[in-house]
Design a protein around this ligand. Structure first.
Ligand SMILES: Cc1cc2nc3c(=O)[nH]c(=O)nc-3n(C[C@H](O)[C@H](O)[C@H](O)COP(=O)(O)OP(=O)(O)OC[C@H]3O[C@@H](n4cnc5c(N)ncnc54)[C@H](O)[C@@H]3O)c2cc1C
Length: 493
């Protein structure tokens, strides 16, 4: 068969699939709506500062190693383990909690608020560890041909984990820990899934095992965009052509197959196989006009929180900040219960702050820091109007300044604010949802939009809204599953 593949989207999912397919002899061409590669794994260069636009760290570093090994290449960037993993600041509390992987050290951190931390953590993490290893190969890293296949897959997971599908992460934490601070900190991983711990099933406590005992978190030397840059370079060396500022807006069907795609300027793009790295749910609705993915049906699905992001280049060093920081208030439950569905900007927002210049000094001019602030907010189904973006950014920056005892507004050299509208318009993120479809039990495994198309045998999907889910390592796993699908298909034609 002919082996020309068009990949729509140059996010990590698209790039990783392109690497795997070129390794297997396919000829690949890539188009993207955005002006440069990376999708959410992107960067902003402004006034001498470099900011990671989205992701700032990742777990499961071995998935990156596996990808490059599979392609016969040395890993083309250097990664650094984080230790401490992050710092958590509660309002009204002077010093942050530093979250170390070493549980004895962590017990020392928590000794005032949770005196028996080590014993409680050992029990909690032992259970989380079992969930991780009992589901890793049976569910997360495998594909399902149907919902039935998925349900059969679930029966291979030991039954003792079943309650974890029906109770929340917050409830489970309450069974193990008494201190509010420990429960809140352990439940932050739910936000990595784009949800709150009150909605996230307890089985995702496996993420606490991943951060504290398994592989931890990693940074990239020189900044996260080195991942994108190095992958693009490798692909160009393999003859892959990239076309940016090219949005696919229409599908052309012939004989039950996808025949070509049309971009916003009316240009046609032909290939034997198509891999869609744009959102696997909304692409089906918008481009393939599938009823199951109509706007009304998409709006009824569960989507992850939207990002409100601020990129601040400041004059002067901020020694009070660590590289990865969370700034939280004292009304966690109330805040988490309202942020999802409010039509208002959050009052006293909770937010994450990353300062990559701490370990990558070249990402800011000498004596300066690059500060990235991420505040999870409702998606555009709930809050459509973001004309209040600048006052909200001011409010967050002022709150951060007060907590750090400095004046970031006065120190600011450059400032960029992205609202959910920007994220939607720039990268086609549905309703501005930051991480794609949510990960409740009704939207994972065989219940998630599949990585092969229901009607066109020559169309496949890769990325955050297909299997297994969102986050950089999951998207790398997704590229592996999609490549396997393509190879299986190629054997039949
Ligand atoms: C603010 C933020 C912070 C995050 N932080 C982390 C983190 O710290 N660690 C982590 O592991 N994960 C993080 N994530 C999640 C992670 O970024 C994503 O899960 C991952 O990058 C998704 O990759 P992808 O390839 O699926 O999609 P994307 O990166 O979204 O790429 C899809 C590409 O397709 C293009 N496209 C879409 N539709 C079309 C079309 N019709 N025509 C042409 N092109 C199209 C888009 O322009 C885009 O470039 C974060 C996400 C956000 C938004």
């Amino acid at each position: 068969m002919n082996k020309k593949v068009l990949i729509v989207g140059t996010g990590l999912g698209g790039l990783a699939t392109a690497l795997r397919l070129t390794t297997r002899g396919y000829e690949v061409e890539m188009v993207d709506k955005y002006h440069q590669a990376g999708g959410r794994l992107n960067r902003i260069l402004k006034d001498g500062f470099e900011f990671d636009m989205g992701p700032s760290f990742f777990s499961m570093s071995y998935e990156f190693r596996e990808l490059f090994q599979d392609c016969g290449i040395e890993i083309p960037f250097r990664i650094q383990p984080l230790d401490p993993l992050y710092a958590v600041y509660f309002s009204g509390r002077k010093n942050p909690f530093l979250i170390y992987k070493d549980l004895d050290r962590l017990a020392e951190t928590f000794k005032i608020v949770e005196p028996d931390f080590r014993r409680h953590a050992d029990r909690y993490l032992a259970q989380a560890r079992e969930i991780f290893h009992d589901t890793e190969y049976r569910i997360v890293k495998r594909d399902f041909d149907s919902r039935l296949d998925y349900l059969l897959g679930l029966t291979r997971v030991p039954i003792k984990h079943a309650p974890g599908m029906f109770t929340s992460m917050w409830n489970r934490l309450g069974k193990h820990f008494s201190s509010e601070e420990v429960k809140v900190i352990f439940s932050l991983v739910a936000f990595f899934l784009g949800s709150t711990p009150f909605e996230t099933p307890a089985v995702y406590s496996l993420m606490n095992y991943m951060e504290l005992q398994h592989d931890g978190y990693w940074n990239v030397e020189g900044g996260m965009y080195r991942i994108t840059e190095s992958m693009v370079r490798l692909l160009e060396e393999r003859g892959v052509k990239f076309h940016f500022n090219t949005e696919i807006v229409q599908a052309n069907i012939a004989e039950g197959q996808l025949h070509s795609l049309t971009d916003h300027q009316g240009r046609k793009w032909n290939a034997d196989l198509y891999v869609i790295n744009g959102d696997a749910a909304s692409f089906r609705g918008k481009i393939f006009k599938r009823k199951k993915f109509s706007e009304a049906r998409l709006d009824a699905m569960d989507w992850t929180l939207a990002p409100f992001t601020i990129y601040l280049g400041v004059n002067g060093k901020i020694p009070q900040l660590h590289q990865h920081n969370y700034f939280l208030g004292n009304n966690f439950r109330e805040y988490a219960d309202t942020i999802f569905k409010s039509s208002m900007a959050p009052q006293k927002p909770y937010y994450y702050v990353n300062v990559s210049s701490k370990s990558n000094p070249q990402s800011a001019p000498a004596g300066c820091e690059n500060i990235f602030i991420l505040c999870p907010v409702p998606d555009l189904r709930f809050k459509k109007d973001w004309s209040d973006a600048e006052p909200l950014a001011d409010q967050i920056i002022d709150d951060l300044s007060t907590r750090l005892n400095c004046n970031l507004r006065e120190q600011t050299i450059t400032r960029t604010v992205l609202t959910p509208v920007d994220w939607m318009e720039q990268l086609n993120l549905y309703r501005g949802s930051g991480l794609g479809l949510a990960h409740g039990m009704n939207q994972v495994g065989g219940m998630r939009p599949a990585n092969h198309d229901e009607e066109f045998r020559n169309v496949f999907y890769v990325g955050a809204s297909t299997v297994p889910g969102t986050g950089l390592p999951m998207v790398i796993i997704s590229s592996k599953l999609t490549t396997k699908r393509i190879e299986d298909y190629a054997r039949t034609v």
